[in-house]
Design a protein around this ligand. Structure first.
Ligand SMILES: *Cc1c(COP(=O)(O)O)cnc(C)c1O
Length: 380
């Protein structure tokens, strides 16, 4: 039996589903012509607030800017240190370093891919030893799985630190019935097209329960403009961090089908977990945690990833590697302080992880094909 070609992310299939309503939404914006901060931007912020239960939502130009603007609102700068995982996308440490602060790279857990919260105290000592003022931590919900907030948040509170959640991959995930966007001091997400909730370009949003931080963010998003003074009164250093009205209009339509898409990803993840050979360490939700499943990431048997990848490729199954190098091995980041196991898990993962297609438009036959190919490879 033949199946349709498998895409890693299938935005075309999604367009077949809601393309017409998105086109109408785009046309509405073209007709009213308010391309910057048009009515769809406020409507989206309200919808995201309702969806997550966060106190305030400030939309912005990208996930990277969401991180950067959050750290700016928190007043992070020179002489400060911020903890972040050693195994994450570059945008996480970049936002810290751009402000002249120092990222402290911490090893991750081999099973959850989240930062190891038992290393936080050591990271604090490393900051002190380096004469740096530790300000907080960026917890990354890697691959869509919320980080260990039940440990990280109390630890941060005890130490007078902030927790910024990098939820670029986890919009829509929940833990204990609570939504991503409500953990920690602030949450930054991304609407890059390939993220679980994506627009047709760059976009992002910041969530916080703190009205003062929300007001600062609104000002930072528009060049530090005063909230009370005139149009050309500038209160702080800001930037141009706005979300385009067109992207907001697109996101409003996509948010309408998001729960359906999320459930399909969750069902498929459960199927992978049940049916894939255990030697791949297939991840699953646990307890009250529900991942957004931005990626379904397995681990190849020792040293066999290149072989596995081409085996799958030969059978029409696309895969991706997130990420081939831990930060401490990147030229730009290798000199920052780090807290790693002697044999860092971040390094072991970088050489074994493989992400499988897990988009909501995979048919049953396509899912089966992926599972059968992976299980057959184990017998080769
Ligand atoms: C995608 C991503 C970002 C950056 O988001 P952009 O919208 O591409 O700027 C930040 N952190 C993580 C973990 C990401 O996956």
């Amino acid at each position: 039996m033949t199946t349709e070609p498998i895409q890693f992310v299938d935005l075309k299939a999604q367009r077949q589903c809601i393309g017409a309503s998105i086109d109408t939404a785009i046309r509405t914006v073209l007709e009213h012509g308010q391309y910057i901060m048009g009515p769809e931007v406020a409507a989206l912020e309200k919808a995201l607030k309702d969806y997550t239960g966060a106190g305030a939502v400030v939309s912005c130009s990208s996930g990277t800017d969401a991180l950067l603007m959050s750290l700016m609102a928190l007043g992070v700068g020179k002489g400060d240190a911020v903890i972040c995982p050693d195994f994450t996308y570059t945008a996480t440490p970049e936002s810290i370093a751009l402000l002249g602060a120092t990222p402290i790279l911490v090893d991750v857990d081999r099973k959850t891919y989240n930062v190891q919260s038992n290393l936080l105290d050591e990271a604090k000592s490393v900051a002190a030893a380096g004469g740096l003022r530790l300000r907080g931590t960026i917890a990354v919900d890697l691959f869509g799985r919320p980080a260990d907030y039940e440990t990280i948040v109390p630890w941060a509170n005890e130490n007078g630190l902030f927790v910024l959640a990098d939820a670029a991959q986890s919009f829509g995930a929940t833990k204990g019935g609570q939504s991503v966007g409500t953990f920690g001091t602030m949450t930054a997400t991304s609407f890059f097209p390939a993220k679980p909730l994506g627009c047709y370009g760059d976009g992002g949003a910041i969530f916080t329960d703190d009205p003062e931080l929300a007001a600062k963010l609104t000002s930072i998003r528009s060049h530090g403009k005063s909230q009370t003074g005139g149009k050309y009164d500038i209160d702080r250093i800001g930037l141009n961090g706005r979300l385009d009205t067109l992207q907001a209009a697109i996101l409003l339509e996509k948010l309408g089908i998001y729960d359906n898409e999320k459930r399909r990803r969750q069902t498929l993840a459960q199927r992978f977990f049940n049916e894939l050979n255990n030697a791949y360490c297939p991840p699953s939700d646990s307890g009250s945690l529900r991942s957004a499943w931005a990626q379904y990431t397995i681990q190849a048997p020792d040293g066999r990833r290149p072989e596995l990848r081409s085996y799958l490729d030969d059978r029409g199954i696309p895969t991706a590697i997130y990420y081939p190098k831990p930060l401490h091995k990147q030229k730009a980041y290798k000199n920052f302080p780090k807290v790693l196991a002697e044999d860092p898990f971040s390094s072991a993962l970088a050489s074994s992880v493989l992400s499988l297609p897990i988009h909501p438009y995979l048919s049953d036959a396509q899912q089966l094909k992926i599972i059968e190919a992976l299980n057959a490879f184990m017998l080769t």
